[in-house]
Design a protein around this ligand. Structure first.
Ligand code: DP6
Length: 326
């Protein structure tokens, strides 16, 4: 059977940085995110005895050997669970540049997991699907549930799952992803977080997270952008501080990243409510409400060094669709 899933990328308000268990991708801390409507992956999977081996294709690009191996490992987990042996054809397409910081691994493994299990004829609960997506790439588990999503760090694999806190229709929050460098990032998030325990700042970060998670939940409950934005920025700076103080240090920002961080503060001082956050790359996400979109985009366009912008609204989670890629 052939099945296709469409999965959004997501932006973390409280970030996942570091694992307790590398293989199972059990995180050091819980995290919380919003699905992004403008950055998504579509993946078609078909299992068939006609295929002599797994065939993995990326439309408009090429997977590295390592990426192909990760996709095949995910197919193996699906086959094992479904008790089938047929090889698969997988075709996948991103709506955004690979490695742009738009977290293609999050939407990629979410789409692969949902399409893969459906194609294998296995029906799993949403939280079971998030566990399988998580083993592919941690942040992928947050791209399966609807809208605003919590990933509980849990105690073991089954309890480290993601769930929706609010649907995508809950709040007209926006995220413009400002691409300052669309080249493939030099250090992937997986590689970047490997040495996390070498940072002297890690203990303080982990101690602060439970309170921050609560603060984000409270801000979301009251749709309080100022309260939310303050915590988002604090956690972003903290995550990058940990990365930058690891051995060897991991530096994701470039000059334009820093210019944007400064600009956001100026815009806020002049009355425009907008906040920043940054994942494992130099590109910057700006968070604001729908009513301020035109003003935010007008300001962003004045900054030199910006390649392109991707406008996002909150998005539903991963869904099966009827338009197959082959
Ligand atoms: C900085 O989920 O890409 O974007 O589990 O190793 O595949 P792996 O890492 P990944 O890490 C995402 C890190 C982050 C923060 C976040 O999205 O929470």
């Amino acid at each position: 059977m052939k099945q296709t899933a469409k999965a959004p990328s997501n932006i973390a308000f409280i970030k996942y940085w570091g694992k307790v268990n590398e293989q199972l991708r059990l995180p050091l801390n819980s995290s919380i995110s919003m699905n992004l409507s403008g950055a998504f992956t579509t993946t078609t999977v078909e299992f068939s005895s006609e295929y002599p081996k797994d065939e993995v294709q990326l439309v408009d690009g090429e997977f590295s050997r390592d990426e192909q191996d990760k996709v095949i490992a995910a197919l193996d987990r699906i086959r094992q669970h479904a008790n089938i042996s047929a090889r698969a054809k997988v075709v996948t397409k991103n709506s955004f540049p690979k490695g742009s910081g738009a977290a293609s691994s999050a939407s990629g493994f979410a789409a692969l997991t949902v399409a893969g299990f459906a194609a294998a004829g296995v029906s799993l609960s949403e939280s079971e699907l998030t566990v399988f997506a998580r083993i592919g790439s941690g942040s992928a588990c947050r791209s399966i549930p609807d809208g605003f999503v919590v990933w509980e760090k849990g105690q073991n694999s089954d309890s480290s799952y993601a769930y929706s806190l609010y649907p995508y229709t809950y709040w007209d929050l926006r995220d413009v992803l400002v691409i300052v460098d669309s080249e493939m990032k030099k250090i992937s998030s997986s590689a970047g977080m490997e040495q996390v325990t070498t940072s002297p700042a890690l203990a303080a970060r982990l101690a602060a997270i439970p309170q921050r998670m609560e603060a984000v939940k409270t801000a979301l409950a009251s749709k309080n952008l100022a309260a939310l934005g303050e915590i988002i920025e604090e956690d972003c700076i903290d995550m990058h501080h940990v990365a930058q103080t690891q051995h060897p240090p991991v530096m994701y920002w470039n000059e334009t990243t820093k210019i944007l961080i400064d600009a956001v503060k100026h815009w806020r001082q002049s009355g425009l409510p907008v906040y920043f956050t940054i994942d494992a790359g130099p590109n910057v996400h700006l968070i604001y409400e729908g009513k301020d979109e035109a003003a935010v985009v007008a300001e962003v366009k004045k900054i030199v060094g910006i390649e392109t912008v991707i406008l996002n609204k909150p998005a539903p989670g991963t869904t099966l669709i009827n338009e197959h890629l082959f």
